[in-house]
Design a protein around this ligand. Structure first.
Ligand code: NAD
Ligand code: ZN
Ligand code: ZN
Length: 389
């Protein structure tokens, strides 16, 4: 089959790889109808994430048709249309039973690696680092879904791929980021980053009844989309983020702050060499505003910092004194996708939200390598790319 494979920093190729096969009786094989490129894929593309190997199949946002099911899989049947959450979960361990699916204790087949680097195992993820299991991803014609009797979301007839594809990641991610803010009707919610995740965080904060939502980015097309979603916008290249946020909150600061940027705005220390904590290389220095420092500084005391943005290694010089003395709460993590999918699918069916608003580019899988560059460099007004294998 054809697939987009990682070959190193800024090197994604359209390769021929072996077709996946059922390896366990609970597995399923899915034939992709649509997949997408996520901001998290860019961390792999940029080489910020340790634990990638040449030839790894990329992609963790995908959906399609069930082609084959293992004999113990009682949930799926051939022909079902499914969206597959990026977090692989077993449904049975203590964390899954608590709804903490992204820290499932069972599904990461490289538990020892995760344990070494994170102190505990975390769930297996598709198309991501070997720290999270190194499972082949869904930017491909076919994918093997392990534990396929748990996470896949069956899609009712009458909905387009574009309406439901993002249930596997960025819609629940933006939603969880907003829910983590415990939004009150008097709250101002400030969202750093108006990429796809930021866009869903903004719309979720509006749906959850925030008094005021403020979006921060530098790209005019992303700020316009945020405005259409109900946000007031700040262009961080044109004005002071801190001053403007204070002005918009009568000097008090936003009660709730969301980091939908992640490591691209920071001096990020990734772990150079998987197993060696001592060897840390400075992977990136930017002259952009430092999102976490801005959030800690401007957030109203007793407020909440919600961090869906992904970090891969170490971050230096966080103002812990401000964080502590202001009594801020920090909430973060990979999204517990299945905690939210029933509710969000129902909102789509009811017509309350149509996630396809975020798509600016549709291309073939073969055009994937070029689309990575377009999305990475924000060329041609690109906000979200959908690929059709
Ligand atoms: P993206 O790269 O398209 O968007 C990031 C946006 O941040 C860009 O529009 C960029 O201009 C903006 N930005 C950069 N520096 C900034 C700054 N200093 N202040 C304000 N804005 C700034 O990516 P995306 O797809 O929207 O993903 C965003 C983040 O969410 C990534 O880190 C991604 O890995 C993460 N993510 C997390 C989860 C999860 O489960 N927690 C799931 C999906 C994505
Ligand atoms: Zn993602
Ligand atoms: Zn589990």
């Amino acid at each position: 089959m054809k697939a987009l494979c990682w070959h190193g920093k800024k090197d994604i190729r359209y390769d021929t790889v072996p077709d996946p096969k059922i390896e366990h009786p609970r597995d399923a094989i899915i034939k992709m109808t649509s997949c997408a490129i996520c901001g998290s894929d860019l961390h792999l593309f940029d080489g910020f994430m340790p634990g990638m190997e040449k030839g790894d199949v990329m992609g963790h946002e995908f959906m399609g048709e069930v082609m084959e099911v293992g004999p113990e899989n009682k949930k799926l049947k051939v022909g079902d249309k499914v969206v597959v959450p990026f977090t692989i979960c077993c449904g049975e361990c203590e964390q899954c039973r608590r709804g903490n699916f992204s820290v499932c204790e069972t599904t990461n087949r490289n538990k020892d690696l995760a344990d070494k680097v994170f102190g505990h195992t975390t769930a297996g993820l598709f198309g991501y680092t070997h720290l999270t299991g190194g499972y082949a991803g869904g930017q491909a014609e076919f994918v093997r879904v392990p534990f396929a009797d748990v996470a896949p979301v069956k899609i009712p007839d009458g909905l387009s791929d574009e309406q439901v594809l993002f249930l596997g990641d960025i819609f629940p991610t933006g939603w969880q980021a907003a829910v983590a803010c415990d939004i009150q009707s008097t709250d101002t919610v400030a969202v750093w980053g108006a990429g796809p995740v930021g866009q869903f965080a903004i719309r979720s904060a509006v749906m959850l009844g925030a008094k005021q939502v403020i979006a921060i980015d530098r790209l005019p097309e992303r700020l316009s989309m945020a405005k259409a979603g109900g946000a007031i916008t700040i262009n961080f290249e044109e004005e002071s983020v801190i001053e403007r946020l204070q002005q918009l909150t009568k000097g008090k600061g936003p009660e709730k702050c969301i980091d939908a940027v992640g490591m691209e705005s920071h001096a990020t220390h990734a772990i150079d060499g998987l197993y060696d904590r001592a060897k840390q290389a400075v992977m990136l220095e930017t002259d952009r505003p430092h999102v976490l420092r801005e959030m800690i500084y401007v957030c109203r005391p007793a407020g909440i910092l919600s961090i869906p943005g992904v970090y891969g290694g170490f971050i230096d010089k966080l103002p812990m004194g401000a964080l502590m003395n202001k009594g801020l709460t920090v909430r973060t993590g990979q999204t517990h996708v299945n905690r939210w999918t029933d509710d969000l699918l129902q909102r789509i069916v009811d017509g309350q939200v149509d996630p396809s608003f975020v798509i600016t580019h549709t291309a073939s899988l073969e055009q994937g390598p070029e689309m990575y560059k377009t999305f990475r460099d924000k060329l041609d007004g690109c906000i979200k790319v959908v690929l059709k294998p």
